[in-house]
Design a protein around this ligand. Structure first.
Ligand code: PLP
Length: 475
């Protein structure tokens, strides 16, 4: 096994290089050329980074864990049909949280047995979809609360089927990047509190035994986690519960243990994420040690990384437009995207790093040459649409291509059409070539679900304007 650090620890995608023109490139593809060919804003994903991360997770579990294991990609980080195919090719499973994610996976040919359905308020229609595509029977429904337990039981009964389930619990561990606390009480919209488990288990074993097959427990303790200790604590807490369940419920032996996702990535130099291999080596050892101590058969270990599988692989390319200096001295540089394609800075003050792709830095360095501190402003009509509060850039000018690092996770998947701006395309870079994963939205697509009530339209009025596929008006 390689001793190199896993890519989530770096701000740059694995195949990033500075080429002879002084341009940023990924796997030999010039990002300035790419911006010209596909337009901006443009999401770019580096396949080498994603593959290295997927392999790091998988190899670590298979090298260090003696039981069965499965790495599930948390689809919420970034999902499209193409990414489903990539995930399937890597032999990962998929964690979905909505009918839309589930439908995308099924449409892409994803195997139902490897789909896990999470979420705190799955609707009857979404669960129906899960039964219809055999995700409920062959994959897993991760049941979040008593309402869902009852709903699923009734739906399974109606269909004469058995649903395979995990129960999501809140284990009393809260993580926030660098610190975590263990609490007796939990205050979360997700999952069963540990104190509610006996009641849930009683229902499952006594009332729902013909319709629900309990396979294990699930817990997700947070995101952008920079410590391994909370995961070690988590496996201990969960395995203790498994042991007690076996003692108290007639030998009921849970066979799946899902410890969620949450591994951190480096968005800026301030971040110090963990090496995936080292972390899961420790966690699996702890789990095995504890299982041996309790004489409990090793369950199938499931983990659900989202961000760490794709964030570092991603960059967003923008074209710089207007810029201005305010009287207090700050310089605003505006780009042709913003909160519609990356809501994270406005939503929760997420920080990003950027550089100018046509005057790019050497790998590992963000700023080359003489620079000035600027604020990167989006083009959306909100004062809060600030992508980066302060970044050092070498004299940005209109027409420069700005590359924002670490945008592979929770950017495209959280994108909106605010201000009726079409969402960007995504291209994947693989060994010297770029291919579309998601096409750029067009103005026509923005209107495709619009309906003008008939009584508002006067006779003879023309209500549609032609648009070409790029969204530009055609007269
Ligand atoms: C249940 C669950 N699993 C997995 C994830 C993925 O977390 P991350 O992207 O931090 O790895 C999340 C993220 O919110 C989650 O809620």
């Amino acid at each position: 096994m390689s001793t190199r650090n896993t890519p989530n620890m770096s701000m740059y995608p694995a195949s990033y290089e500075l080429n002879e023109q002084g341009h940023a490139s990924l796997a030999g593809v010039d990002l300035v050329d790419l911006a010209q060919e596909y337009g901006t804003p443009l999401y770019v994903l580096d396949e080498a980074t994603m593959t290295q991360m997927a392999k790091a997770y998988q190899e670590t579990l298979s090298d260090f864990y003696a039981g069965e294991s499965l790495v599930l990609y948390a689809a919420k980080a970034n999902l499209s049909m193409g990414l489903c195919q990539f995930v399937q090719n890597q032999q990962l499973g998929l964690d979905v949280v909505s009918g839309g994610e589930l439908f995308t996976a099924i449409a892409a040919g994803f195997s139902a047995a490897n789909i896990f359905f999470n979420g705190n308020n799955k609707t009857p229609e979404e669960l129906e979809l899960a039964f219809h595509h055999r995700v409920a029977q062959q994959g897993r429904i991760i049941v979040d609360n008593f309402y869902e337990l009852d709903l699923l039981h009734r739906m399974a009964l109606e269909r004469g089927q058995v649903a395979s389930i995990l129960l999501r619990i809140t284990p009393g561990i809260e993580c926030h990047t660098h610190d975590y606390i263990k609490t007796g009480q939990t205050d979360s919209k997700f999952g069963f509190d540990i104190s509610q488990l006996p009641e849930a288990l009683k229902l499952i074993t006594q009332n729902y035994s013909e319709t629900l097959s309990l396979k294990g427990l699930h817990a997700h303790i947070g995101s952008q986690i920079f410590e391994f200790k909370p995961y070690e604590d988590l496996v201990e807490i969960l395995l203790n519960i498994y042991y007690n369940i076996r003692q108290q419920y007639d030998g009921l032996t849970l066979t799946d243990i899902n410890i969620g996702g949450g591994m951190g990535v480096a968005y800026t130099k301030k971040d110090s994420p963990l090496d995936v291999r080292k972390t899961y080596e420790k966690v699996t050892k702890k789990l095995q040690h504890y299982a041996e101590k309790l004489q409990f058969p090793l369950p199938r270990l499931l983990i659900e990384p989202g961000r760490s599988l794709v964030a570092t692989a991603g960059m967003t390319l923008y074209t710089i437009g207007s810029s201005k200096k305010v009287p207090l001295g700050k310089r605003y540089v505006a780009i042709d995207g913003g909160m519609g394609d990356n809501i994270r800075p406005s939503l929760y003050q997420a920080e990003y790093c950027a550089f100018i792709a046509n005057r790019a830095p050497k790998p590992g360095r963000v700023f080359g040459g003489k620079t000035e501190a600027v604020t990167i402003a989006g083009k959306y009509c909100e004062s809060g649409d600030i992508l980066i509060k302060e970044v050092q850039l070498p004299k940005p000018q209109a027409g420069d291509i700005l590359a924002v690092l670490g945008t592979g996770a929770y950017n495209y998947s959280m994108a909106s059409n605010y201000n009726r701006i079409p969402r960007p395309a995504t291209v994947i870079i693989t060994e010297g070539r770029a291919e579309l994963l998601v096409k750029r939205e067009t103005y026509t697509q923005l209107m495709q679900n619009d309906v003008i009530p008939k009584h508002w339209v006067s006779e003879g009025q023309v209500t549609s304007v032609g648009a070409d596929s790029s969204g530009h008006r055609v007269q």
